[in-house]
Design a protein around this ligand. Structure first.
Ligand SMILES: [Cu+2]
Length: 157
């Protein structure tokens, strides 16, 4: 097969651009220490109820301005069912699943976590305004998926 000189140059340009762009993405990802969204912590999904912090799920104050909320997702709900956190403080959501893939999506915020069995997912968020926030599961997890929701009550401290 005969390739015209310009075709060869154009092909070389395409391949070189691809190498340059993929190298930039790869090198910056390593340099910034990027990991899968939510972290890489693992947990035995059969021992969730015995493993901290999920052995005692709920809200815990870590320091003056930081709270951790440990939540276990399961078909078709979240444990604990009701969460109360203060506005204006950093809330670290820590989740895992005991069965299938769920999500923890707080409507009207940037919190949209995938909750995978065997993994612990973290997401930090600060609620600016008090109120009730709807939490839904947006990963189809079974016949009761559409019932899988809860509410977060954000109060003015
Ligand atoms: Cu679900």
């Amino acid at each position: 097969m005969h390739l015209h000189r310009y075709e060869k140059i154009w092909l070389l340009f395409g391949v070189l651009s691809l190498i340059v762009f993929l190298s930039i993405v790869g090198i910056t990802a390593f340099a910034h220490g990027h990991t899968p969204a939510g972290g890489m912590d693992i947990i035995d999904p059969e021992k969730v109820n015995e493993t901290a912090p999920f052995n005692d799920p709920g809200v815990k104050q870590i320091d003056k301005d930081t709270y951790e909320v440990a939540i276990v997702a399961q078909t078709f709900g979240y444990n604990p069912a009701k969460v109360k956190v203060p506005a204006g403080k950093e809330i670290i959501f820590t989740l895992t699943s005991v069965d299938v893939v769920h999500s923890f999506t707080i409507e009207g915020t940037k919190v949209n976590m995938m909750v995978v069995p065997g993994r612990i997912t973290h997401k930090s968020y600060t609620f600016d305004k008090p109120g009730n926030y709807l939490v839904i599961c947006n990963e189809y997890c079974g016949t009761g998926h559409h019932f899988m929701q809860t509410e977060i009550e954000v109060y003015q401290p």
